[in-house]
Ligand binder design. Structure first.
Ligand code: FAD
Length: 333
């Protein structure tokens, strides 16, 4: 009872602020701060208490200085070493653990990105803590909300671990912005642990379009597109007309119409754009799990009974091969 009255009064858990301290793990690539990783800072702000942030990789002092402008962060710890540049979880996890131990944090947060999903379970294991993943809300210093079963059930988890290792869903915690903050920037500890895992190479999909997970508008295609050729003919002009990122259903990805990195859903990316416009997607629960928090959902499907229409704000029943090019032309005008 005491607990619930304490936490219902205000979203900032100030009564615990004395004890609480958070470390937000930031991501960087090629010496540039990945802005979406600042969702971890937003979640830390909701917890209250002092916030430190951590970043590692080659040339990360500049990244740390940029992150220092985020309001509410007291200190940025950086480790400037090429050994951590690619965020290889095998070496990054012991590095993070050393810095957690040194700082005595009660909460460690990272984005629920590929990096966070890879890193944080290892950090949790090294600290013998039960990781708490993909949270969408914070109810108290030890109580977190997370979706399970593809978003069909919402779990409220209470953790008794002394260090809580958390990943946060970016669509639920909008990334904090670097503005006029004045955090101090300090070197973190580097255990220089040897690892048998080596980073060899990566193949990145290059695109001039907005990044899918953080785009304000997303157009998504499904199995109804019929082939890769049709997907490539129909979807990019629509995306260009709207300045949108392209997404796809798993059926479209599995059929080879679209790249795996474009998959939206339970086993793909979570998106919550201002506009999610999908064509030829039926609306399976596993797809909805990744996009149902979009502000406006618009769907084009030839089947009026398609489940997507149950979640769509705007629906158009028709053949996408007619409707999408027609819409694209109208948008261009
Ligand atoms: P379909 O369900 O085949 O729907 C195609 C739609 O296109 C139909 O509604 C049809 O009416 C319409 N259509 C066909 N032709 C036209 C036309 N000419 N004009 C207009 N409309 C047309 N799915 C995901 O998307 N993301 C995930 O992350 C994901 N994870 C999964 C995880 C698990 C464990 C499992 C079991 C499944 C997962 N799935 C996921 C798969 C999911 O269950 C569905 O199979 C998938 O979403 C279906 O994709 P679709 O809507 O493109 O295809």
């Amino acid at each position: 009872q005491f607990r619930s009255s304490l936490f219902s009064a205000t979203p900032q858990f100030t009564s615990y602020a004395r004890l609480l301290s958070s470390l937000a793990i930031l991501e960087q690539r090629d010496g540039k701060l990945n802005g979406s990783s600042l969702a971890a800072v937003t979640a830390a702000q909701k917890l209250g208490g002092p916030i430190h942030a951590f970043v590692a990789g080659a040339g990360t002092k500049a990244v740390a200085e940029e992150a220092a402008k985020v309001e509410g962060i007291e200190k940025i710890l950086y480790v400037d070493s090429a050994a951590y540049d690619k965020g290889l979880a095998e070496s990054f996890a012991p590095l993070v653990v050393e810095n957690i131990k040194k700082g005595g944090y009660t909460h460690v947060l990272a984005g629920h990105s590929a990096f966070g999903k890879n890193l944080m379970p290892r950090v949790a294991a090294l600290l013998d803590s039960q990781g708490i993943s993909d949270i969408t809300a914070i109810e108290g210093e030890d109580t977190f909300v997370r979706p399970i079963y593809a978003g069909n059930a919402i779990l409220t988890v209470q953790s008794q671990d002394s260090i809580k290792i958390i990943t946060v869903r970016g669509t639920a915690f909008p990334a904090a912005e670097p503005t006029s903050g004045t955090a101090t920037v300090e070197e973190g500890v580097d255990p220089k642990d040897a690892t048998t895992t080596e980073w060899l190479t990566e193949n990145l999909t290059k695109s001039d379009r907005p990044e899918l997970a953080s785009a304000g508008r997303v157009v998504s295609g499904g199995r109804g597109l019929k082939s890769k050729e049709e997907f490539d003919r129909i979807m990019p002009p629509l995306a260009d007309a709207l300045g949108a990122a392209i997404g796809a259903s798993r059926a479209a990805v599995d059929s080879g119409f679209a790249d795996n990195s474009l998959q939206v859903g339970q086993t793909g990316k979570n998106v919550a754009p201002q506009l999610y416009l999908c064509a030829g997607i039926s609306g399976a629960i596993q797809h909805l799990a990744g996009m149902k928090d979009s502000k406006v959902i618009a769907a084009i499907n030839k089947d009026p009974e398609a489940p997507i229409f149950q979640v769509a704000d705007v629906g158009l029943v028709g053949d996408l091969f007619d409707k999408v090019p027609e819409l694209t032309e109208k948008l261009k005008q």
